[in-house]
Design a protein. Structure first.
Length: 161
């Protein structure tokens, strides 16, 4: 598998992956994190335009999608019930999703990021047990609780080299 940046002409295929991920999250006991409305198409379009949307591909087929942001994440400024591993520069992973047809999407994305970055942060909903397992299995440490823009809590994780 390989990682590459997304192009606008792939927006519909990307949204299909997010719909698959929404269905999976709902069926696996996590109906509130994304529901059927998140992420909205205009947000993903902006991610592509801003070159932060990345695809996980096997040969020419797209099987996963995620966004990577450099710089401070506003929702990470305040953390409760713990602390970040350090205050060094970091990248943040958001909106990671898979079409469910290929295993190892999360691992592939994170291994690629670990080659180029010394600090990675990510968060997930407390109901997203599957994602928590993936995050922890890939070497991230639980750091505490952050709150996203709508005020709902998320479990915050960090990996550092």
């Amino acid at each position: 598998m390989h990682i590459r940046k997304a192009a606008l002409e792939e927006l519909d295929a990307i949204m299909d992956i997010y719909r698959t991920a929404q269905d999976f999250m709902i069926k696996s006991g996590n109906p509130n994190q994304w529901g059927r409305k998140y992420p909205p198409k205009d947000l993903i379009e902006r991610d592509i335009e801003n070159e932060v949307c990345h695809l996980v591909c096997k040969e020419n087929d797209i099987h996963g999608v995620f966004a990577v942001f450099r710089g401070d994440e506003p929702t990470y400024e305040h953390i409760e019930n713990g602390k970040w591993l350090n205050d060094d520069e970091y990248v943040t992973v958001h909106r990671i999703a898979s079409d469910g047809k290929v295993h190892g999407i999360f691992r592939c994305a994170i291994q690629c990021l670990k080659k180029n970055h010394t600090n990675i942060r990510i968060d997930t909903h407390s109901d997203n047990i599957i994602m928590q397992g993936q995050i922890e299995k890939n070497g991230f440490e639980k750091c505490g609780t952050i709150y996203v823009a709508d005020g709902s809590p998320r479990i915050a994780y960090q990996w550092t080299r």
